[in-house]
Design a protein around this ligand. Structure first.
Ligand SMILES: *Cc1c(COP(=O)(O)O)cnc(C)c1O
Length: 467
């Protein structure tokens, strides 16, 4: 298996090189040259596997044996050892047709842990095996940063710098990032919003001399390993269902911002998981919903919502979808992305729109609707949703084609992480101990302006050039 770029200007590379490259050197996103498929019979065999063993099988299709199986097994085992549920990602049944896959039992209580705990271990593995300097750079709307920091704090050979928008992440998210005292962690709190942070990161990764000099490594969902690690839970959720419930396929409702969570589902579907409807749930920052329902991909004014981890205007992984939508035509993708850069928007024809709508359904959830959903599900099922997971449920309610039978809605964060929103509807919750104890710890962070030069200066003082 080799990996190529959606813009066609990266010569094919192997698994570890792909992992280290992150964003393609040509500015595109990295994708596998071909998507391996899994037969229904194989899926049935996999139904008996634990989460870890299932992940091992799926990754083995992508790693070209570049990581010996016993090493890969250990990496996977270590990555999920810190998850508090014995199933790693438990599936909770709410009623005959609706199940919730809880992705938030990792160390930072959000679904980012599923991929990032593994990526942190993989970085440490590569640092050691290849004597590589690993300087991680990432932008976060809150959860990625906390999770990435947790995955590499204190690890030998790795430095990590995370940019987050000052004052625009939840209190718990901020504390999870800034109370870490390890010297290999730098938190930059940027006076701007998440898109400003991501924009700077994208520029730095596109600056090849800078990227090369500092051995910059990505942790955002521009990294294909993250997408792949997330596609495992689509297999897992499907296989956890009783055979009868999944006999005619299942549909997923997916809170997404950067198109990462849903693209992982799209990949799982292409690999052979019988997924009927992929429902893309957005909040009021609904560029993706407008793309799917109206055929226009165009950023609009930024809005702060109850689900800040989805407050995103420009979705990096959109380009991966565009690549498959264009029949894997890299020139067509490059042309569209040029056009987007020049005109600030992309429009799709009626015929194209019809094809997009075959792949994806979309629903955007307003702030009031989000809170209402939390309230209703608390009353009806005694089940407390966080605001991101509530977007998934609201989208299922609003756009799920009920004849599609079985639905799985992804719960992407623990409600305690977003208590600010939960309190608005008068619900009181008890914090898990690991969250409660954050409030007493001292914080470490540097506040910077939304200015590339200032951020570069911070990085130059922090990163290491050799091990
Ligand atoms: C990151 C995040 C999402 C959205 O994931 P994408 O990768 O942007 O699709 C949804 N919910 C929570 C809680 C998150 O942290």
């Amino acid at each position: 298996m080799k990996y190529i770029s959606t813009r066609g200007k990266v010569s094919p590379i192997g698994f570890i090189d792909m992992f280290l490259m992150g964003l393609g050197d040509d500015g595109g996103l990295i994708v596998p040259e071909t998507i391996p498929t899994v037969s229904a019979a194989q899926l049935d065999v996999w139904a008996k596997l634990s989460y870890e063993d299932l992940m091992l099988e799926i990754f083995s299709l992508f790693t070209n044996n570049e990581i010996p199986e016993s090493d890969l097994k250990t990496l996977i085992k270590d990555s999920y050892a810190g998850f508090t549920s014995p199933d790693v990602l438990p599936l909770t049944t709410l009623n005959d047709s609706l199940h919730v896959l809880e992705l938030f039992h990792g160390p930072t209580f959000a679904f980012k842990d599923v991929a990032l705990q593994f990526m942190g271990n993989l970085y440490a593995y590569v640092a050691k095996k290849q004597n590589q300097v690993i300087n991680i750079l990432g932008a976060t709307s809150g959860d990625t940063g906390a999770s990435a920091i947790s995955s590499v704090r204190g690890k030998e050979g790795i430095q990590i710098c995370i940019l987050h928008p000052n004052g625009k992440v939840s209190r718990v998210q901020e504390l999870q990032m800034t109370t870490v005292q390890d010297d290999n962690v730098l938190n930059l709190s940027v006076n701007g919003n998440f898109d400003d942070c991501q924009h700077i990161i994208k520029e730095l990764f596109a600056d090849i001399p800078f990227k090369t000099k500092y051995h910059l490594r990505a942790i955002n969902s521009i990294n294909f390993v993250r997408i792949l690690a997330q596609s495992v839970y689509y297999f897992y959720a499907y296989l956890q269902l009783p055979a009868k419930a999944r006999a005619n396929g299942v549909s997923f409702s997916i809170p997404t911002g950067n198109f990462g969570n849903i693209f992982s589902g799209y990949l799982a579907k292409r690999m052979g998981v019988p997924i009927k409807q992929l429902i893309l749930a957005t909040n009021e920052n609904n560029i993706l919903e407008r793309f799917i329902n109206e055929g226009v991909y165009k950023p609009e004014g930024f809005r702060s919502t109850h689900s800040p981890s989805m407050d995103i205007q420009i979705a990096s992984n959109f380009e991966r979808y565009l690549y498959y939508f264009s029949g894997e035509d890299a020139n067509a993708v490059a042309a569209r992305m040029e056009q987007f850069k020049a005109e600030g928007q992309l429009t799709f024809t009626e015929e194209e729109l019809a094809r997009i709508q075959q792949d994806l359904t979309a629903y955007s959830v307003g702030n009031a609707e989000c809170l209402e959903t939390i309230q209703i599900y608390q009353e009806s099922y005694g089940y407390l949703l966080d605001p991101h997971s509530a977007c998934g449920i609201a989208a299922y309610e609003g756009a799920g084609r009920k004849e599609n039978g079985t639905f799985i809605s992804l719960a992407t964060a623990h409600p305690a992480k977003f208590d600010e929103a939960i309190r608005l509807i008068g619900i009181e919750q008890k914090f898990p101990e690991r969250i409660q104890e954050l409030f007493d710890k001292p914080q470490r962070q540097v506040v910077v302006d939304n200015a590339k030069a200032e951020i570069v200066a911070q990085l130059e003082g922090f990163y290491r050039l050799e091990q």
